[in-house]
Structures are given as structure tokens and as C-alpha cells.
Design a protein around this ligand. Structure first.
Ligand SMILES: Cc1cc2nc3c(=O)[nH]c(=O)nc-3n(C[C@H](O)[C@H](O)[C@H](O)COP(=O)(O)OP(=O)(O)OC[C@H]3O[C@@H](n4cnc5c(N)ncnc54)[C@H](O)[C@@H]3O)c2cc1C
Length: 254
């Protein structure tokens, strides 16, 4: 199996603070990480490789510091990394074409795995765009990706029903957060990963025609959290009971 995993470096959204006067997110100093669902995609790739053998290549379109994040993915179990630094003003169209250019340059692939969406921009566009540009089948929001002889079978959990979908290779699959528990690399794996290659490919090596962005993000504002500030002052049992009732009322508990 030749497996490609698309993994995006994102700001750790849990660490973002919002400027109370301008409502703008304060991004300076916020740590970067690999988007959560992309680790689910890599975990699924590793499980497939463990069963069927093969090679896992991770592609990131991101700034040069994303190389450090790619190293974490190599420690998890990817074999090679590819980093492409996009031009300024890179919209969805530009990023999708760069990822597809890199996939075409790699050439051989059976499965392309993406996250269902990134945790920062959360458009969920990249997987479907890549499959469309490559003209290959796609399965979105997959909970599983089981490789059979000539096909891959994925289950999608739609709440009240489960849908099972089969596709031939090559196929693009977007994985959900619930699909698996990404592994933490061992110390040995971290040490061994230092010899794995990370290729930094210039834009011109994957795309020849000019890439013109089509949409522009014109504003990002934080939404202040509304707290209810309810304080229960009865004895412990009564307070817990009231808390449970309140959580059920707002739909957190069933
Ligand atoms: C370096 C950089 C500069 C940017 N500059 C601009 C800008 O100037 N203007 C603007 O409007 N937007 C900009 N963006 C945002 C960009 O348009 C979107 O982040 C990108 O198109 C992906 O959309 P998304 O985050 O909603 O991903 P989704 O479509 O929600 O992601 C789904 C999945 O696609 C894959 N994926 C997504 N993005 C990447 C990636 N970069 N590398 C590898 N895999 C990926 C992952 O598997 C991910 O889980 C920039 C992004 C980057 C990384």
C-alpha cells in the first residue's frame, strides 16, 4: 500500500486569546501543532501499513517551521515527509492545487487520507477538492478504513444509522476525530525518526501554471464565551442533582 496523508500545521486553537476591545484573536506566541484529525488520518494509515505493509508519505503545505511538526509525524510512523511553503495569499484553491501537485509528483498512491476538517479554518474542503482534481473516488467523514483484497471499506456513523461504503483504489478518505486514538511515539521511535527524510519542494517543482487565489478571508473575530454563572449552594447531593438536571436541560447530558 502506498499511502499519502495530508497534514496541516495549525495554531493550537485552545491557546488563542481574544482581544476584548477589537475581538481579534491574539495569535502572537500561540504554539503550532498538527491539526487533530490529521493525526487520526495518520493513525489509520499506520494501522493499514502494519497489516498490509507499504509506505506512508506525509504532505504539508505550510510555513518552513512546519518541518518540526512533520518530524512528530515521522516519529508516529510516517516514512517520509514533504513540505511545500505556499506563496503569500494562499486560499483553498491554491493550497488544494499545491497538495495535488505534490501527490502527482509522488506519483504512486493507493489511498490518500485527510482529516475531516482542520481545527483552525474547518472548511472541510481540502479532501473533496483533492479527489475532484485527481478525478478519484472519495469517502468523507469515515470512521474506519479497512483494506480488503482490491477495495477499501469505510463505515460512516450518521448518528441514527451506520453507512458502509466500498471503493476501489486509488481513493481519498477523510477521517473523523472519533475514528481512532492517535498513538504517542515512543522514545525509540522519536530517535529513529531523525533519519527519515523530509523533502522541501519549491512551489515551481509541483505546479507550473500561475496560481491565482479566488477567495479572500477578510476578517476573523473571536466570539466571547457566555457563561451562566450558576452557583449551587445546597448540600453536595442536591447540588449534583441540580447540576445534572441543568446539563440535561441544555442537552449536554441525555
Ligand atoms: C501557510 C498558509 C498560508 C495561508 N494563507 C492564507 C491567505 O493568505 N488567505 C486565506 O484566505 N487563507 C490562507 N490560508 C488558509 C488556507 O486557505 C486554508 O487553511 C486551506 O486551504 C485549508 O482549508 P482548511 O484549513 O479549512 O482545511 P480543511 O479543508 O478543513 O482540511 C481538511 C483536511 O485537508 C488537509 N489539509 C488542509 N490544509 C492542509 C495543508 N495546508 N497541508 C496539508 N494538508 C492540509 C488535512 O488533512 C485536513 O484535515 C493559509 C494556509 C496556510 C497553511
Amino acid at each position: 500500500m502506498n499511502i499519502i496523508v495530508c497534514a496541516k500545521q495549525v495554531v493550537d486553537v485552545a491557546e488563542i486569546k481574544v482581544d476584548s476591545s477589537t475581538k481579534k484573536p491574539i495569535l502572537a506566541g500561540v504554539p503550532q501543532k498538527i491539526s487533530d484529525m490529521d493525526k487520526n488520518a495518520l493513525e489509520e494509515a499506520i494501522k493499514i501499513k502494519e497489516k498490509h505493509s507499504g509506505k506512508i508519505t506525509v504532505i504539508t503545505v505550510g510555513n518552513p517551521d512546519a518541518k518540526e511538526r512533520i518530524k512528530e509525524l515521522l516519529a508516529m510512523g510516517a516514512d517520509e515527509g514533504v513540505l511545500i511553503t505556499p506563496p503569500d495569499h494562499a486560499d483553498y484553491h491554491v493550497i488544494a492545487h499545491l497538495l495535488v501537485g505534490a501527490i502527482r509528483k509522488i506519483g504512486t498512491y493507493d489511498i490518500i487520507l485527510c482529516g475531516e476538517a482542520s481545527i483552525d479554518m474547518f472548511s472541510g474542503q481540502m479532501g473533496p477538492r483533492i479527489a475532484g482534481l485527481l478525478n478519484i473516488p472519495q469517502i468523507t467523514y469515515a470512521q474506519t478504513a479497512t483494506v480488503e483484497h482490491k477495495n477499501v471499506i469505510s463505515e460512516k456513523n450518521l448518528g441514527e444509522k451506520t453507512v458502509t461504503i466500498e471503493s476501489p483504489f486509488p481513493v481519498l478518505i477523510t477521517m473523523t476525530k472519533e475514528s481512532n486514538q492517535p498513538r504517542l511515539p515512543s522514545l525509540m521511535a522519536i530517535l529513529a525518526s531523525s533519519s527519515k527524510p523530509i523533502h522541501e519542494w519549491p512551489v515551481s517543482s509541483v505546479i507550473t501554471e500561475p496560481l491565482i487565489p479566488k477567495v479572500k478571508t477578510i476578517d476573523i473575530k473571536g466570539i466571547p464565551m457566555q457563561r451562566k454563572n450558576i452557583i449551587y449552594q445546597d448540600d453536595l447531593d442536591q447540588s449534583v442533582g441540580k447540576l445534572v438536571d441543568e446539563l440535561a436541560k441544555v442537552g449536554v447530558l441525555r
